[in-house]
Design a protein around this ligand. Structure first.
Ligand code: BT5
Length: 320
């Protein structure tokens, strides 16, 4: 009920309790209870006799109805669940996938108690960030999945740029950075048979309202609040991100388009930089020069030979 009341409350305009109860077909007491419950959630609601209620200020929290209001999506966000806390949204999506959840489900949490990075690393997931994962059941061979991370990075980078005006860039393959610091990390996991994907989980963590980070990552992590010196609304940001991811993922499912690849490359901070990597136990250095349609990084080695690197550890000079 309170979600419905919230949708009818407007900033700057009063609506009477009578009108609310008439529209929603419930008693005035039910409306009054919903208003009090919204106030408990941090909404500032003014009430004036003979005028009714007016929304003064929304709390900056994740709110499912604000996120999905006006969202017209085809693949990502066809169902959205918001949680206050969870171990890891990737693990939650996997549990839901095993209960036959449908492709497109998004689970968002305000914090994670066991946020994961790649290769067993930890993802700092305190309150203030957004941590979410989505489920895809694409009809693809496992070898085609790595490009999903690219499409996800592209989506997040575009959405952050549009929402904040920041010059966000992509550090191939899975980080979004602002300046030389990491603002977002992406972890793609999949369950597959030998020749066909069963499901893919794409997990994304974005630093939004944090003002500081644990000591060990403070030198390389930043947040939207630190960079914009303002407080982006978590739900409106998530709305923008889901809407953009829906487009980039949908386009990826039909094979990454030349346009998207061009866009990705134009925002990729890795291209043009000196990189080092380990291949067959040998340390190689060279310059990152391109990204292939399969999402591989093309490195021009010091001896002039070009190699394509599909994952693993590439260290980029000049970025953490
Ligand atoms: C990643 O791994 O960047 C993938 C992170 C994915 C997190 C999301 S949150 C929602 C979903 N649920 C999960 O449990 N995970 C996903 P990787 O490239 O391995 O980077 C991890 C490294 O980034 C760590 O070892 C730290 O050095 C650094 N790091 C950890 N937390 C960070 C943060 N909040 N901001 C910036 N850097 C961080």
């Amino acid at each position: 009920m309170k979600e419905k009341v919230l949708l009818l409350l407007k900033e700057g305009e009063y609506i009477s309790g009578e009108k609310l109860s008439e529209i929603l077909g419930v008693s005035r007491t039910a409306i009054w209870k919903a208003i009090n419950s919204l106030r408990d959630d941090g909404y500032e609601i003014d009430s004036v006799t003979n005028k009714g209620y007016k929304l003064v200020k929304k709390p900056n929290v994740l709110n499912a109805s604000t996120i999905s209001e006006g969202l017209n999506v085809k693949v990502v966000g066809t169902e959205i669940i918001t949680l206050k806390t969870v171990d890891s949204t990737n693990e939650e999506i996997k549990r839901k996938a095993h209960e036959n959840a449908r492709s497109g489900l998004v689970v968002i949490s305000c914090e994670q108690t066991a946020g994961k990075g790649r290769l067993g690393r930890k993802w700092a997931s305190n309150e203030g960030g957004v941590y979410f994962s989505f489920l895809l059941r694409p009809e693809l061979p496992p070898s085609d999945v790595s490009g999903i991370t690219l499409a996800a990075g592209l989506g997040v980078c575009l959405a952050i740029r549009k929402f904040t005006g920041l010059d966000a860039k992509i550090k191939w393959p899975n980080d979004v950075i602002v300046g030389n610091k990491k603002i977002c990390g992406i972890l793609t996991e999949m369950t597959a048979q030998t020749d066909m994907v069963d499901f893919v989980v794409i997990g994304i963590g974005i630093n939004v309202l944090q003002e500081s980070f644990p000591e060990e990552i403070a030198y390389k992590a930043t947040s939207l609040k630190i960079e914009t010196k303002s407080e982006p609304d978590l739900s409106e940001l998530m709305h923008e991100i889901i809407a953009t991811l829906d487009k980039t993922i949908l386009s990826y499912l039909f094979g990454i388009s030349q346009d998207d690849l061009k866009l990705y490359k134009s925002m990729c901070a890795t291209i043009g930089r000196e990189v080092s990597l380990v291949r067959n136990g040998e340390k190689l250095t060279g310059k990152a020069v391109d990204i292939t349609a399969d999402g591989e990084l093309v490195v021009c080695l010091e001896n002039g030979k070009k190699i394509a690197v599909n994952s693993g550890e590439v260290t980029v000079q000049g970025i953490y």
